[in-house]
Design a protein around this ligand. Structure first.
Ligand code: ZN
Ligand code: ZN
Length: 273
């Protein structure tokens, strides 16, 4: 079965091209760095290739978890898909929050945030190696009794949804802002303004952020990127620099607890001092 995100590639490409065209007409600074845009696109393509490689072994883990599930949700019941939608979106929230608040996971996710621009091409700027560990957050979905193929389908649609919110062209969407993750909410997520750090982790539903206290509305114009700008277009360096920084921090921190903190603590602690 082809993953839904792979089928969406031509649509993503067309929308990026359309946004770039209109941005050029109004001289939008978010598209004035074509090297950044092409880096994003290349990172996106290769993340699909790496994702397929890691997908082989994550499939076995998910299959094993599903075989251990005491209850199996019937695939032909509509309510199964309704429950799965919420379960998957909550699992994404937990995965995404951990990817920001635990340095080990940030080492992967930093790839998505290290562009200093905000446009649709940033949506496909994804880590190559996150498949090594991200299954930790999704394996429980299979233990709950959802078949791996059902999860893959629902999760694919969740990721496709997240594409269109990476734009400055859409400002506010009225009452939809209460329930859905929108361009406005996700711009906050990509901001390094002090009050925007570690906020708005949502996938599709912003309700999780509102429930768990991580929601902040867009009040001022976000500054995009990461605290310590990477200043590189090298795809391999973009995917690995955070690991080198983490190992340097482990080495320089004295004491076992401090060393553990440089792996499992917040990445912001290390970059701000
Ligand atoms: Zn993020
Ligand atoms: Zn994003």
């Amino acid at each position: 079965m082809l993953h839904p995100t792979v089928i969406a590639i031509p649509i993503f490409a067309a929308l990026i091209a359309a946004e770039a065209f209109f941005a050029a007409r109004r001289r939008d600074p978010e598209y004035n760095d074509s090297k950044d845009t092409w880096t994003n696109i290349f990172l996106g393509f290769m993340s699909v290739v790496w994702g397929a490689i890691f997908g082989i072994f994550t499939y076995y883990i998910y299959d094993l978890c599903y075989s251990l599930a005491p209850f199996k949700f019937p695939a032909d019941a509509w309510w199964t898909w309704a429950v799965l939608f919420f379960v998957d979106d909550l699992a994404y929230y937990v995965f995404h929050r951990a990817s920001h608040e635990i340095r080990l996971f940030w080492n992967f996710h930093v790839v998505h945030h290290s562009s200093e621009h905000y446009n649709l091409s940033v949506a496909v700027r994804q880590s190559w190696f996150s498949g090594l560990l991200h299954w930790i957050f999704y394996a429980p979905v299979m233990l709950l009794g959802f078949a791996p193929w059902m999860f893959a389908l629902m999760h694919g649609f969740n990721l496709i949804y997240q594409f269109w919110i990476h734009t400055k062209f859409v400002r506010r969407l009225g009452p939809l802002e209460w329930i859905l993750n929108t361009p406005s909410h996700h711009r906050v997520h990509h901001g390094v303004n002090e009050e925007y750090l570690d906020k708005n982790y949502a996938g599709v539903l912003i309700i999780w952020d509102r429930l768990f206290g991580s929601f902040v509305p867009e009040t001022e114009e976000p500054r995009y990127g990461i605290i310590k700008p990477i200043k590189s277009y090298n795809p391999l360096w973009i995917n690995t620099h955070a690991w080198f920084e983490m190992f340097a921090a482990i080495r320089s921190n004295r004491g076992f607890r401090a060393k553990l903190r440089s792996i499992f603590g917040s990445p912001n602690l290390e970059t701000t001092n």
